[in-house]
Design a protein around this ligand. Sequence first.
Ligand code: 5GP
Ligand code: ZN
Length: 114
Amino acid sequence: MSDCLFCKIVAKEIPAEIVHETGRTLAFRDVNPQAPTHVLVVPKQHHPDAAALARADDGLADDVLKTAHAVAVHEGVAEGGYRVVFNTGPGAGQTVFHVHAHVLGGRPLTWPPG
Ligand code: 5GP
Ligand code: ZN
């Protein structure tokens, strides 16, 4: 999608601090971090939200989750605990409509989230 911010990051047309890359996924630091570790994991293929990713039916959701965990391990937050969040839809606070998992960690995370 030519007008999609995260497609442009995937294409390396817009800079981002990339922390992990696989054949089908990319992980980069959130520009406005909400925790010491705040990384976004996207499929390189454009899907607007988690519902569309779930429907992709080709193991892509699996790849995103595996990359999220790999990021947590590399960031050193896997042992202490981390959170993986898909804001899905405007009512849940989704603002960029290229599906992304937020990987958050490095501080105590309260529950329930706001
Ligand atoms: P959402 O609100 O859709 O769940 O999350 C979008 C996230 O993308 C936000 O946490 C926001 O800080 C992040 N973000 C927005 N624009 C950029 C950008 O240009 N680069 C990076 N690295 N993150 C961005
Ligand atoms: Zn996109």
